[in-house]
Structures are given as structure tokens and as C-alpha cells.
Design a protein around this ligand. Sequence first.
Ligand SMILES: Cc1ncc(COP(=O)(O)O)c(C=O)c1O
Length: 487
Amino acid sequence: MNISLDRKSRVPLAEQIQLALAERIRSGLYQAGDPLPSVRELSRDIGVSLMTAVLAYGKLEATGYAQRHHGKGTFVRIPSSEKDEILEEINPKPSYDWQLAIPDYLGRSMFRHVGAVNRKVAKYPLHRIKLNTEELLPIQHFQRALQLASSDQSSIGDYAPAAGDEALRIKLASYFQHKSSALTASELLITAGTQQAIDLVARTFLGPGDLVAVESPTYPGALDAFRSRGVTLIPIPTDHTGMRLDILQQLCDIHPPKMIYTLPTGQNPTGSIMSIQKRVTLLEIAQSYNTLIVEDDPWEELYFEDQPPRSLLSLDRTGHVIYMKGFSKSIAPGLRLSVIAARGSVYQRLLHAKAVTDLSTPLYNQRILLNLLEQNMNEHFDKVRGQLTKRRDEIHQLLKRHAPSVWTWTPPAAGPFFWLTSTVGVNTDALFVEAERQGVLFFPGSFFYSANPERNSLRLGFATLPEAQIHEAILTLCQLLHHVDPH
Ligand SMILES: Cc1ncc(COP(=O)(O)O)c(C=O)c1O
């Protein structure tokens, strides 16, 4: 077992261990009934005293995430899974306990958690932010693109180059040209989604002890990838225009981070758009401290009123920005495609990491995207923007009318999600369990924080539910909000 501890932190080591273990359990990495290492193994593996390990397990047990069996050891327990435990007693699992002696280097995986629990039966999947099939996917464009890709034998008979299909990269270079980013195909790297792109960057440039500044709150998948490298995440608070640069500047004056991860357009989960002035300043800060910026840009096409300002990439002349444009959110998640734009040796190093990871991204999918981009996708983006704007306005009105007055929100400027915050400290982790029983799913706010999670917020996605169900879903959620007690 490998847990990175911050020995300078004011949070006691036993509590850091307890929090790290609880997070792994909540994220589904450890399952109910899994044996935890003995106190002696834990203390040896992570370099803490026996007493600290005992204290950590005591705290874990007190919070319901572990159970001690005399003479057998300590086992993972999931507070809400009593039914599973009864089933397990009737039908015990074969023992794979020996596997515990093999150390791993994993962090947490919040997405696996939300992907796993009973999701298929959810009546109102408001946790999702992908486009739904019936109304928002470019089905007709897709059929043509698929036909073309299938009729070309090389799409299935070849590997793509590690950097990605050249024709697609040339097409993407001209796509970016329209957005004022002068790039060549040799500065683009096709990946299997942005999550892979973030992971490649993390594996290439980050290791134990490195500092990474992240917006707080931010996209949990990026936190998972950075955590798995053992970095120290520095949360930078956000306001209605994104990252607080005054606080970033203060951090840089003392401890310049190696990397800054940002979502300037459609900040996930707050939906804000960073102004052009702020983008210029952010870039200047990164340049003056030789810090890399990772700009994650899945929503650029899905803004609601004002078109977002130019990307950080398009302002960058010094190769500080690693830009990622995913197509899961604006075209189709099933393609699993994204593109990294980077320059100089940063690009070369990422290309190397990509080749080591999976040789290359499936060529067939790349050809489908190429054929899609050769059609007029602006028509599709206009249509999706129109429909999502209608949904956003409807939800805003419904919440105004039906949500308890202690909940606040700002309608998103880009990205199909609302970030709701309770002013009286409702615990949305607990609310999530109750909501799930009623068929309503959302992302609890705690998922979006790198440390000391605030538990009084939640994210509601509105691209996945068919439009006809939105009214009912929001009313059901509002009823639930009326019945929760603040903690
Ligand atoms: C901000 C952000 N970045 C990256 C991703 C991952 O997207 P992809 O499907 O391209 O891996 C997501 C998915 O929700 C996201 O919200």
C-alpha cells in the first residue's frame, strides 16, 4: 500500500491515512469485505509508527469504513452496504488475501465510484454531463461518417501513427486556425479522450512532491490522475470568472507550482468563463515562474450567451500551455477522442509517453472523427447550443420557483451543469444516498475538491436527460431538498 503523507501538514498523520483510505473505499477501489493490511504492514509500508497506524484504523472504524475481526484483521466496510454483507455471509467469496502483499501505487478514482453504483436504474441521471442520444447527438452526421470509415479498408487494417492519423491532425490544425491558434499537424497528438491526455501529462511531468495548482472545485478525473503521481495539490479558490489569480500569485511568490490545471471555458463544476484579461494574466504568471499550464477545453463550442474569449493556447508564444480539446462533450463520448496541442520538447515527451501507453489511438475512431469534421459540424454545434440554452433557462426558472431559498446558484455561462450550494451546510454526501433511493443522481460537491472538501454543494448535469423529463426531475430533486436537514 502506498499513501502519500504530508508530514508538514497540520492534519495529523493518522487522520491523513484515515482520509486516504476512506477516499479509496468511497471511490470503489477497495470493496466491502476486502482485508486491509495489518497494522504492522501499514506502519512499515508508509513509514509511520505502529501507534499512528492503530489510530488511523480506529478512526476508519469509527466512521464506518472498517470493521475489526478479532484474530483475523481489519476489513473494508461500506456504511450503506449491509445487504451486501448478508449476501456475502450466505455466499462467501473465494479468498484473494495473498494479493494484499503486492504493493500498488494507485490513488483514488471518483469516476469509477459514480459509474458503478446502480446507475442504470436511475430514473433521473442528473450526474451525467454527456449529450444524450435522442436529441443532442449528431446521429445523421455519424451515419455518413461511419459508412465512409467502414468503406476504407485501411481504417481497420492499420495502426495509426503514435501522434494520430495525419489527415485528422491536418484537419484539426485548420479547425484550430479558425480559433486563432496557429498550429501545425506536428504539434498535435490524438489521445483516447482527455482523461488519457491528463494522465499522460501527469505521468510525463509529475512525481512525488511536485506542486500542482488546481481550481477549487475542479474536475475530479484530473484530481485522480494527479493524485496517482503522489503530487501535492494546491487548491486555488474560484469566483464567477474562474481561478482567483490573486491567490495563485501569492502561492507562486512562495512556492511556484510545477503545473497549473485550469478550465477557463465552462469551468467544471461552476460553469464560469474566464475573461480575456484574466487569461492574459494567468499566462504571464506561468511564464514568469516557468510553470506549465494544462488548459482543458471540452466546452468551447457549448457556451450559452457570449462566445468565450481566445484560448490560453492561442495567446501562448512560449510553449507554456499544454492544451486539450476533447470531443466527448461536444460530439460523442463513444468515440473516446481528444487532441493535445503542445510545442517543443514538451510535445516530444508526451508523444513518447503516448507510444509507451498504447502505441496509438484506434485509427477507425479517428477516421470517423475526420469524416465528421469534414461535414459542417457548426450546424450541429448551433443546434446543441440552442437546445441546451433552452434547458438551462428552464432549470433556472424551476429552481427559482421550487428550490428552498437556502440554495444558491449562478446559471452556467458554458457547460451543461448547475452548481448548487446550500448556505446552511446541507451534507450532499448524505443527500446523495437518499436521492439515489428516489432515482435522482447528482455529483456530490465533495468529489470536486482536492482537500478539505466542502460538502454543501452539488452538481446537476442537464445534457443527458431527455428534455421531456427535465421538469419532473428538477421537481423531484427540489422536493428532496425541502426535506433535508442541515448538518
Ligand atoms: C473537464 C473535463 N475534462 C475531461 C473530461 C474527460 O473527458 P474525455 O471523455 O475526453 O476523457 C471530462 C469528463 O467529464 C471533463 O468534464
